[in-house]
Write a protein that binds this ligand. Structure first.
Ligand code: MGD
Ligand code: MGD
Ligand code: SF4
Ligand code: MO
Length: 727
């Protein structure tokens, strides 16, 4: 809705911030020249309640950025040349068709990056493009992120997107594992204004417990924080489950399989868990007691739990803990949303299936039609039928965001053809032959198909584009549409009527149709008249009705998971990555409130001030290595080596070091325009694609063994007393 103030010459508009999962409603005041005069959180928004974070201002920086691409680029003899949309699309379609004709469908690979889920047009139209390409080689950021969540949801609840979220506004005990919402603003959990919700929890007399190898911003505002050795959460969680099951169970009537689980977790005594994880046995027992006695409790595990060696067991244990304590589907526990547009019921997202296919070279399982991105490079470099010879990347930067990204970049450089749909020239898109830049967030309509589903409250908000795109610009849905149609033309095929309808209907029209059949029924028109959006209230109990399992029951004794649980029990005394060599440290990642994965490093307001790319290290670990604060150190792993400055802090668990991801913008001596010479290195030059999560093949980004040496040449291998310092 637009509100004009003729006297002041200003207009007030309401938009949605798409820069993270919190999806805040914003209020923008434009001056007479349509420039943003004021940007703030929209106080009346029922979901975000006026919240805003510093990143929101980057929306304007992106819009104004002279380095943002607006017209297609084609690389001709190594030089970027601006070409027309027609020429660019026809060229891409012709090359993809030629390569598929010569080498088969699977010769084209697709990578879909994170911002796709934040773009309505990408959600409504990219699927058509991917389906038309018809390749088995589809990858996305899911497998460097929340894949274990989806696998566990599919195993337990029958659908990869039945993802319960903590009912933070009504709980008494919130337990966060490997999650730092004070910086990230929440994930697989749309919880705008986490800081205020956390304060409200405290005023109600509720408590928050954080388990994390770093004393994070969230740990600092928690009532309790426990260090845990990276990669070992499964042990602590299985021990908590064992303690709980010894007390009894409050599982709902539709739960099966608890006896088998009780048996499987028997070896995980608190003492065994402490010996592996470093989390104290007493803390494990106390946390189990607290979960049992709390009237309402919610446990949520995120990035730190998913992107480690046993992420599926960990995420499964989180769900089973919520089930056993009777907190699943209960007010103040973890709940499923009832979104106005139910993307599950409408079939917009399928249930998924693990291992429907396997990757060609390493035989790793697919999930929901995608292969794990850790196999991408080998699928490009290994000759044979099905080898990838061309890539389509959409809104992603896998050179920066996936394991051994530097080597993936080299593989991209050797492709026959590559096209990137992205508005920046970055570490990945620079390898493309054609870049197709879509409009930026302020130039497009928005509705959160995904994040309304993961939100802490049932609301619906449609925001119209703040700015009309210029004639030379294209929306992402138009690019997907035009490319799909051009590909079909190359093949001499006509789109089916259904395909035509899907392609030609704008995202706005598609959302309108979905809203008109939504619950409650509404429309785009209605929503744009109420800029705060529609408030359909707090979550209500939805189980067992909403389950996608055949018998509408939940069997917690999932064979694949229990096999892993047995294997972990057997591994307690064996060789394992959580017991690194005496001179090794375990590397983990981190996020900062003003970083956004690998981009926005050219947004002036986000990159001012002190640098934040350093390797964080505990002073004790530094002393043993003769390393001093600020020193440049060598960090090496099985995958690679980087040099970076160190910052010493007691916030790190001894034996653990941390680097943020999304840095390292200078590649082969080329500084990326989207980062303006920001210092730092890429953590993913150290992560190893050969280390994948045991069930889902999600990338292991946390708990990576590394060696760190000071530039003075002291060899830390001479230090062997390090192991005792862990616990
Ligand atoms: N070691 C380590 N690695 C990690 C992580 C970690 O914690 N540690 N985190 C992982 C996680 S959770 C994620 S989600 C991934 C993210 O990894 P990716 O999704 O591969 O990368 P992003 O940095 O999100 O790249 C976003 C790109 O999309 C472009 N873009 C932005 N908006 C749009 C749009 O609307 N349309 C189009 N077409 N392009 C757009 C930007 O210009 C940028 O180039 O990184 C993962 N990698
Ligand atoms: N400001 C900002 N916000 C973001 C993003 C961003 O880049 N910047 N990215 C967005 C995206 S794509 C995502 S997916 C979300 C992610 O949101 P979060 O899940 O909050 O991600 P992180 O901040 O990386 O937090 C992961 C935590 O896990 C801890 N950790 C690492 N290894 C282990 C382990 O083995 N065990 C345990 N228990 N903890 C461990 C780390 O120390 C870290 O504190 O954030 C989103 N929001
Ligand atoms: S918390 Fe996320 S959605 Fe809200 S303003 Fe910040 S970046 Fe935007
Ligand atoms: Mo992510």
């Amino acid at each position: 809705m637009t509100r004009e103030d003729p006297a002041a010459g200003t207009t007030t508009r309401h938009i949605t911030c798409v820069l993270c999962e919190a999806s805040c409603g914003l209020q923008v005041t434009l001056d007479a020249d349509q420039r943003i005069q004021d940007l703030r959180g929209h106080a009346d928004d029922p979901l975000s309640r006026g919240h805003i974070c510093p990143k929101a201002f980057a929306l304007q920086d992106i819009h104004d950025d002279p380095d943002r691409l607006q017209r297609p680029l084609r690389k001709i003899d190594g030089e970027w040349v601006q070409v027309s949309w027609h020429e660019a699309i026809e060229h891409v379609a012709r090359r993809l068709h030629e390569i598929q004709t010569a080498h088969g469908r699977d010769a084209v690979g697709v990578y879909l990056g994170n911002p796709n889920v934040h773009s309505l047009g990408a959600l409504t139209h990219n699927l058509q493009l991917v389906r038309t390409i018809r390749t088995r080689n589809v990858f996305s950021a899911t497998s460097v992120d929340q894949l274990p969540h989806q696998v566990v949801a599919w195993m337990l609840y029958g659908h990869q997107f039945l993802l319960p979220v903590p009912d933070i506004d009504r709980t008494d005990l919130l337990v966060l594992i490997g999650h730092n919402p004070m910086a990230s603003n929440g994930s697989i959990w749309t919880v705008p204004d986490f800081p205020q919700r956390r304060r409200d929890l405290a005023s109600r007399g509720g408590r928050m417990v954080v388990i994390d190898p770093r004393r994070t911003e969230t740990a600092k505002v928690a009532d309790e924080h426990h260090f845990i050795r990276p990669g070992t959460d499964a042990f602590a969680l299985l021990a908590i489950l064992r303690e709980l099951l010894a007390k009894g169970d409050r599982a709902a009537a539709y739960i099966d399989g608890l006896d088998r689980v009780r048996e499987a977790v028997e070896p995980f005594t608190p003492e065994v868990a402490e010996s592996v994880s470093g989390m104290r046995a007493t803390a494990i027992v106390d946390l189990a007691d607290a979960l049992w006695s709390a009237k309402r409790a919610a446990v949520h595990g995120r990035m730190g739990l998913s992107t480690q060696a046993h992420g599926v067991v960990g995420q499964w244990a989180v769900q089973v803990i919520n089930i056993v304590t009777g907190n699943l589907d209960r007010e103040g526990g973890t709940m499923l949303s009832s979104p106005v547009i139910d993307i599950i019921a409408k079939g917009i997202i399928g249930p998924g299936k693990l291992g429907h296919r396997r990757s060609r070279v390493r035989d790793l399982p697919s999930m929901g039609g995608e292969l794990p991105v850790s196999v991408l490079r080998e699928e490009i470099e290994t000759p044979g039928e099905g080898q990838i010879r061309a890539m389509v990347t959409v809104a992603g930067n896998p050179v920066s965001s996936t394991p051994a990204g530097d080597r993936l970049g080299a593989a991209f450089a050797g492709l026959d053809f590559m096209v990137a749909i992205d508005f920046y020239l970055n570490e990945t898109t620079r390898h493309a032959d054609v870049i197709l830049p879509p409009t930026a967030p302020l130039e497009r309509d928005h509705y959160d198909l995904i994040f309304h589903t993961l939100a802490v409250r049932n609301t619906a908000r449609f925001s119209e584009a703040l700015y009309e795109p210029a004639a030379h610009q294209r929306h992402d849905w138009q690019i997907a549409r035009d490319l799909t149609l051009a590909l079909l033309r190359e093949r001499g095929q006509r789109p089916s009527l259904q395909q035509q309808a899907r392609l030609r209907l704008s995202p706005r029209r598609q959302v309108d149709l979905l809203l008109r059949t939504g619950s409650p029924r509404t429309s785009v028109r209605q929503l744009t008249r109420t800029p705060a959006g529609l408030d359909a209230g707090a979550h209500v109990s939805r189980l067992p009705g909403r389950l996608w399992t055949k018998d509408k029951r939940i069997d917690v004794a999932v064979d694949t998971v229990l096999e892993q649980v047995h294997a972990l029990a057997a591994a307690v005394d064996g060789d394992a990555t959580w017991r690194p060599e005496p001179d090794e440290l375990l590397l983990i990642g981190r996020r900062h409130q003003r970083d956004n994965n690998s981009w926005l490093h050219n947004a002036p307001r986000l990159t001012r001030g002190r640098s934040r790319h350093q390797l964080l290290m505990h002073p004790g670990d530094a002393r043993e290595r003769g390393i001093e604060d600020g020193m440049r150190v060598d960090v090496s792993s099985t995958a690679g080596r980087v040099q970076v400055e160190v910052a010493l802090t007691e916030d790190m668990m001894p034996g653990v070091v941390s680097l943020p991801h999304g840095y390292g913008h200078d590649r082969d001596g080329v500084a990326m325009t989207h980062a303006r010479g920001l210092p730092g290195v890429s953590i993913n030059d150290l992560t190893d694609p050969l280390r994948v999560e045991s069930v889902s093949a999600n990338a292991v980004l946390n708990g990576v063994p590394v060696r760190v040496t000071g530039s003075n040449g002291i060899d830390p291998r001479t230090v062997d007393k390090h192991a005792e310092d862990f616990v």
